[in-house]
Design a protein around this ligand. Structure first.
Ligand code: ZN
Ligand code: FE
Length: 288
């Protein structure tokens, strides 16, 4: 099946240009983020459904893959570890992942806990335990870059497989507290679908309307909407906006009950999206 992104994203310089983040489309809507040290040619892959696209890219660019950073243990994220192991290429790589899921992360060399720090190509990476999608989900902060797997998406958040909603809300609240300019490198290109839902609960949000217009233009060219920024997410992502009076009114109406607390609003917003009613709304309802 063809990838939803036909034009890979341009490399993003981070840490004032000390490192670059390259996006490699894999499978149907996954994006493997490759953190590249331009000085040495070393690179680290953040997750991946398999190794195919990443190995091809690394070879074409003349880079050297030396590390894997795993956010969580779903197959489309640790598949790259398994595939590298099958090809005999996992030995010798540093593999970073959650200590509490150590048994499910092939080749794990550096088991991590919340708050840990480690050096990658001479720069400090900060580890955050961001559960809610799945237990043991990690996010990585590297200067002005955030790698958040399936926790925070552009205009959305991951399914609550392990939950509960309180854990996810706590994770998202901590990610949203990062500086506005932080680049958000999430693991899937889901932005258009997420924005359809966002608009259904906040139709008067002008920042959201602008984002929808920009996103539709980007996607019409087959390009990726990633990375996003924390500032843009705070302004438009319904799962970071449980305080919005407009959102509360719409979600409460749709769920047929009053919503008392921020957690109540968040959980109901997630439940409403899971109902998928918004998918029936056509583009004519959007501010295009
Ligand atoms: Zn996942
Ligand atoms: Fe995933």
């Amino acid at each position: 099946m063809e990838h939803v992104v036909r034009v890979p994203p341009a490399p993003t310089p981070i840490l004032g240009g000390a490192l670059e983040v390259h996006g490699i489309p894999a499978w149907v809507d996954n994006v493997v983020w490759l953190i590249v040290s331009k000085a040495t040619g070393e690179c680290a892959a953040v997750d991946g459904p398999d190794a195919e696209a990443t190995l091809r890219y690394v070879e074409a660019q003349g880079y050297r893959l030396t590390a894997i950073l795993n956010t969580h243990t779903h197959g489309d994220h640790v598949g790259i570890n398994r595939d590298l192991a099958r090809r005999g290429l996992l030995d010798g790589l540093r593999v970073f992942g959650a200590r509490q899921r150590a048994g499910e992360i092939p080749g794990l060399t550096d088991p991590l806990d919340d708050g840990d720090r480690f050096a990658l190509f001479g720069h400090e990476v900060q580890v955050m335990l961001t559960e809610g999608h799945i237990d043991g989900h990690l996010s990585y902060v590297l200067g002005d870059a955030l790698f958040c797997g399936d926790t925070l998406f552009a205009a959305g958040c991951g399914y609550l497989f392990d939950g509960p909603p309180a854990k996810m809300l706590d994770s998202l609240t901590r990610l949203a507290a990062l500086p506005d300019e932080t680049r958000v490198f999430c693991a899937h290109e889901y932005t258009e679908d997420n924005l359809r839902f966002a608009h259904s609960v906040e139709p008067e949000n002008q920042a959201l309307a602008n984002r929808i217009r920009e996103t539709w233009a980007i996607r019409a060219r087959g390009e990726s909407t990633l990375p996003s920024t924390i500032g843009l997410e705070r302004a438009t992502n319904p799962f970071l906006r449980s305080h919005s009076a407009e959102l509360i009114r719409h979600v409460s109406e749709a769920m047929g009950r009053p919503l008392a607390t921020r957690l109540d609003v968040f959980a109901a917003t997630r439940a409403l999206k899971d109902r998928k009613d918004y998918k029936a709304l056509g583009d004519s309802t959007l501010p295009l």
